[in-house]
Design a protein around this ligand. Structure first.
Ligand SMILES: [Zn+2]
Length: 456
């Protein structure tokens, strides 16, 4: 048993003071009641908040952050960025992937993310051939999660085609492709691994409607357990919308709503370009929309109508996607600011007389853990997991503020440096802004960066 005392804690009942939390050896909260610091193993004078789920990450892309910010001869777009990304990923081997992912996961933990949904599509070797162990690249992701202690929802990606109508994959996409049968075998193997790796579970990710055909999607949904999380990229770019309309006569979210049973197992990543009726149908389905505001801004995707969606009871979650910048505060802030700039108004995602930041944060904690199939992580309550972050009460953005403004002060006026300590299942993995393995992980990442940049 590990006992933590909190001066201030954001539990399912809002802010509470002077609580003692007992976390059992399995990482679950077995007691949460009034208590004193004298009875605790650890005493936290800051502000405790639930750990955040990061529902959408492509770990290897962290290594190309900052390498695609120079304009070319033609107008730049998501599609020209994708060409840079393809040339970069052509070189990455399993050891390099682990080095990059470990660095990324340390950064996520230090930002306040305690679990990550890794949308993992780099399955084959640099020549596009399958490894003798089909889980070779997946194992690098698992090892990075174990090395850093972040909770991992591994979302292996089914990727078959280069475009709508089953267009043959391009040569640069051979690292992603496999048959549906091979993919289902990979899922089976990873589920067995998840049974022995603490903090790991498995979902599936049909990449997008352009990369998976309807028959395979239907067969996949029939081949996996009914409760398994299912994530898909959808309607990120207008070209994807028009291509989908040319192919099917329907918009991507419209097609998905009409052809799969959308429910709370689904996470629709981006869903940027939607009409009001699509917003309403997703909100009603119980599916989560996984928003990645920093990446969506960086790639020039557009802005999802999050205010309308949340007003209809829609569930949101946050993802760092391309990992161009890892910042929980900035993701929340940019989500709200995108709405403000579009609607020329303020406090769009809050409800009447409540903290906007707190509303975004708690909704994203709840929706994020639903999307990752980790409902026990969604709040600091008895029976849930003891995973939390402590905000520094002496940080300039926080000091002297009333409790009701702490989350707003972190998200709108602060950054990662507000996050002081982070615990996973009751165990502190970040202390005073420092992860115990971060120096070794950074050194290894530096070596890999030099190798990758030299090969560009
Ligand atoms: Zn993505």
């Amino acid at each position: 048993m590990i006992k933590h005392y909190f001066s201030n804690i954001l539990s399912g009942d809002g802010w509470q003071q002077d609580l003692l939390m007992t976390v059992d050896p399995s990482g679950r909260i077995s007691a949460l009641a009034e208590g004193s610091a004298a009875d605790a193993d650890y005493s936290h004078s800051g502000y405790a908040v639930p750990g955040m789920a990061n529902v959408h990450s492509h770990a290897f892309q962290r290594a190309m952050a900052g390498l695609a910010e120079v304009s070319g001869e033609q107008a730049d777009s998501f599609w020209s960025w994708r060409n840079v990304m393809y040339s970069f990923l052509g070189e990455i081997n399993p050891d390099q992937l682990q080095a990059i992912a470990s660095q990324l996961y340390v950064e996520m933990l230090k930002a306040g993310f305690t679990s990550v949904g890794e949308f993992h599509y780099l399955h084959n070797d640099i020549n596009g051939q399958a490894f003798s162990d089909r889980a070779e690249m997946s194992k690098s992701i698992v090892a990075a999660a174990q090395e850093t202690s972040i909770g991992l929802t591994l979302l292996p990606v089914l990727y078959q085609y280069s475009g709508f109508g089953a267009a043959e994959p391009k040569a640069q996409q051979y690292r992603f492709t496999q048959s549906l049968d091979q993919f289902v075998m990979l899922i089976d193997e990873l589920q067995k691994r998840a049974g022995v790796v603490p903090g790991m579970n498995v979902g599936v990710a049909p990449h997008s409607l352009r990369a998976v055909d309807p028959e395979s999607l239907a067969e996949l949904m029939n081949s996996i357990p009914k409760s398994m999380p299912c994530h898909i990229h959808i309607a990120e770019q207008m070209r994807e919308v028009t291509d989908c309309q040319n192919w099917s006569g329907q918009r991507p979210v419209e097609w998905l709503s009409n052809n799969v049973e959308l429910s709370n197992r689904w996470c629709l990543i981006h869903a940027t370009h939607v009409l009001a009726e699509e917003v309403a149908s997703v909100a009603q389905s119980g599916a989560v929309v996984g928003l990645c505001p920093i990446t969506e801004a960086n790639l020039g995707d557009g802005i999802f109508p999050a205010g309308d969606f949340m007003n209809r009871g829609g569930k949101i979650a946050l993802g760092s996607d391309s990992n161009i910048l890892v910042s929980l505060a900035e993701e929340c802030r940019l989500l709200e600011y995108g709405q403000r700039l579009t609607l020329q108004s303020r406090n769009i995602l809050g409800s009447m007389n409540t903290s906007t930041g707190e509303q975004i944060f708690t909704q994203a904690v709840s929706g994020g853990h639903q999307a990752l199939g980790r409902p026990g992580n969604a709040g600091l309550e008895i029976g849930g997991r003891g995973s939390f972050a402590i905000l520094d009460p002496k940080h300039p953005a926080i000091i002297g503020k009333p409790t009701r403004a702490i989350i707003d002060s972190w998200l709108f006026a602060g950054d990662n440096s507000v996050v002081k300590d982070v615990a996973i299942d009751g165990k502190l993995v970040v202390v005073d802004g420092h992860h115990s393995a971060e120096e070794a992980i950074l050194n290894r990442f530096g070596t890999v960066m030099a190798e990758l940049v030299a090969s560009l």
